[in-house]
Design a protein around this ligand. Sequence first.
Ligand code: AMP
Length: 635
Amino acid sequence: MALLQISEPGQSAAPHQHKLAVGIDLGTTNSLVATVRSGMSTVLQDEYGHALLPSVVRYLPNGEIVVGHEAQAQQSADPMNTIVSAKRFMGRSLHDIADRAHIPYRFMEDAASNKQVQLHTRAGLKTPVEISAEILKALKVRAEHSLGGELTGAVITVPAYFDDAQRQATKDAARLAGLNVLRLLNEPTAAAVAYGLDNNAEGTFVIYDLGGGTFDVSILKLTKGVFEVLATNGDSALGGDDFDHRIYCWILDKVRETSNNFAPPQEFKPLGEEDTRLLLTKARQAKEWLTDNFEAQIVCKLSNGILVDVTLSATQFVELTQHLVTKTLTPTRKAMRDAGLDIADIKGVVMVGGATRMPQVRHAVEDYFKQSPLTNLDPDKVVALGAAIQANALVGNRSENDLLLLDVTPLSLGLETMGGLVEKIIPRNSTLPVARAQDFTTYKDGQTAMSIQVVQGERELVADCRSLARFELRGIPPMAAGAARIRVTFQVDADGLLSVTAREQTSGVEAHVVVKPSYGLTEDEITRMLTSSFGSAEADKKARMLAEARVNAGAIINAVTLALAADSHLISKEDKQAIEAEIARLQSMTSADDAVAINKGVEALNHATEAFAQARMNASVTHALSGKNLEDINL
Ligand code: AMP
């Protein structure tokens, strides 16, 4: 009798239906790909047993493109054609990366692709999307090779603070690499999933992510399988590299001290590039060694013949770097404050990033949160592992299809209304996917087109927010001002991408825009936009009142001027002059910054036109009634 098959734990009971899905952590320094095998999430290795793929792409003179370790090895020999950290430029314009003094590449802006930067390489101009696509292609090849088939789809992780442009750029890169993107997932959310927090816990969690060059802290609230990002903060220039640098400076001091005994100080000119790199590598090795050992010996020979032989103890290392550890707690505190939480509200702390292996970092986090952080998964792999679990669920491999992961919008989305005011349609922190609609109307009689500007931010005035897109709705049937009904729908999909539709309700004319903003926001900008909105609430309220008063005054001046042009014969010359004088007075007031005075001017004009309005009403009633019997009129 044929044997019956039983499925592996955590797998679908129909193995022939098992689809190949992967999670990809597309990192600034390193990238990884993981999948769920036998119910366990695992990172896939290359043929040499490497799990991490350095996020480095090199364009060779013969037209070949190499990615990863091979490219990294040539980084200093061929810096202009060896691109590192492409993630930092994704969805960015030149303006966004203005502070690029330390970046060696030659950039230019591509007007055709929404001002995204491009980099000059020997293979021509390359966008960060194309460069990232090479990394993703390499991971796709690795996964297909290791899983023995074509991938159904991939979940790709992005930082929680990535805006629309950066998310869209990541999706474009994946498509270019031939990947079917199942979902973009926030990195902290992926880390939480890797620890299974979505399965057995409800509550608020902190994801503390200290990588090589950046620090990110996110606070996630989990309720019934829905992750909400309550706050994010960080420092884009703080990471494990800074710890290396502290050791590097310490080595130099030590060598200077000992060498001064027998060599004149001028021996110590600034080190050349090669020596610097050598000492930084030694410093990094010492740092990593000290994670599990009491002391590290640093031995090497500099190009000027000086022999470096120093020993650094774990205690000394902790002292040298204490300020860096403390520095991570400032953004952490800020995130807690933004989320309105106390330490006691935190149910768990997840450690992500290689630099969280350092015991002093773990101790500091434990001291601050008064609980041991979760560290049993490899902090370099945890994001990819979580993404793989999500990918597995999304292609339907999990029998219990209950994994619903949702994120939220980091900033409010809205549109510009008359007077340069912002009407928020989707408030910040709305759970994704989300769709909201609101009706708007025309400002002028006979208006047949409408310009819609989509903005992002917390402030009341468009000038203080960020413009994401502008589009026009044309073909509105001519009607009196305020009669048309234009329904504007904002829709943000599960990946955080926004599309906006405007539809005139009677004629059905419609215009649509998928927002691919021209440039991205930095994490600092998001923070600035949020904090400036907190500090400017009073000023914003005043500005809104002023703008509203001006719009109102403009509309009334417009209406009265039109009425005078049509019907001034109904009133005396003096009355007409009085109205015109009020119009002129109101007109002059609108340029001053005084909402109260403008509103008074509006009142005065309304008062001056009372008799005229009455006369017009009488005239129109007389006109309507002329030639009709009373019985004909339905009252
Ligand atoms: P990531 O960007 O997450 O890959 O983190 C890279 C950083 O983690 C680098 O600064 C590494 O030196 C650091 N790192 C990796 N392993 C260790 C370790 N065992 N102890 C201390 N730092 C480490």
